[in-house]
Design a protein around this ligand. Structure first.
Ligand code: FPP
Length: 248
């Protein structure tokens, strides 16, 4: 039987976050330049969005471009931005027909105008969908996001809109880019790297991590379902003991 048929439909994570890593290495293995790997990576994105729809994952966050990625060679950054624009434009009808709602987190204003325009258009077109929420992290880093949240909260204290005692975990959640989404229960990173790389540091506090050696362009539905099965075998304790969790 395939991995999908073993999945327990009662224990599907609501939100899965993915660090899509290994495009460059995959391209090199195939004697191609790095951008070829990013192009291939789009096929994996399409498959995994579909897989989420099939098993009922409601939120999928993809780390597509980090704040640090701006420091890559200019050719690669330009090509990635072009690929983003082309992909969003080409894939929006497909996303829309599958009930996918697009969101973006990150420093969107730092993206090229063409990219911002394409994203806004797609967000508008898909605004009323509710099968899967696809959240693209673009020009995103968690330290950038948390720093912004701290600044906003400090401003509110300074202008007496809130008091110091009002600052708690919920208030911080509300000032993050992800305020409209539940925290991910599962974080997947491909390509054999075991790092979190400035991705959703706050939101992943209690997430289960799944690492695979598979490079992103080769990551397919069956690999995703395997990650879900691994998640379903974990005991999520949230700081409690195993015995406390098992109590009815
Ligand atoms: C990491 O691999 C991948 C990226 C920085 C870009 C991811 C982008 C895509 C998959 C394409 C566009 C996506 C969407 C959502 C339209 P890497 O380049 O760091 O690989 P390496 O570690 O092997 O060098």
């Amino acid at each position: 039987m395939d991995n999908k048929s073993y999945i327990d439909p009662e224990n599907i994570p609501q939100h899965v976050a993915i660090i899509m890593d290994g495009n460059g290495r995959w391209a090199k293995q195939h004697g191609e330049d790095r951008i070829f790997g990013h192009h291939e990576g789009v096929n994996s994105v399409r498959e995994i969005v579909e897989a989420c729809g099939e098993i009922g994952v409601k939120y999928l966050t993809l780390y597509a471009f980090s704040t640090e990625n701006w420091n890559r060679p200019k050719d690669e950054v330009d090509a990635l931005m072009e690929l983003l624009v082309a992909t969003i434009s080409l894939e929006t009808p497909n996303l829309h027909s599958k009930g996918v709602k697009l969101h973006v987190i990150g420093d969107v204003k730092s993206l090229p105008q063409s990219c911002q325009a394409e994203l806004n258009e797609s967000i508008k077109i898909t605004a009323n969908n509710n099968k899967v929420n696809l959240i693209l992290a673009l020009s995103y880093s968690s330290k950038w996001e948390i720093t912004n949240a701290v600044k906003q909260i400090a401003e509110k204290v300074k202008s007496n809109q809130i008091e110091l005692k009002d600052i708690n975990s919920n208030l911080i959640d509300k000032h993050l880019n992800t305020s409209a989404f539940p925290d991910p229960e599962l974080m997947i990173r491909t390509s054999g790297e075991h790092r979190i790389s400035n991705f959703l540091l706050w939101q992943l506090a209690y997430a289960e991590f799944y690492f695979t050696n598979t490079l992103w362009p080769e990551f397919r539905k069956e690999d995703f379902y395997k990650a879900i099965l691994s998640y379903q075998k974990r005991e999520r304790r949230f700081g409690l003991t195993g015995e406390q969790i098992q109590q009815p």
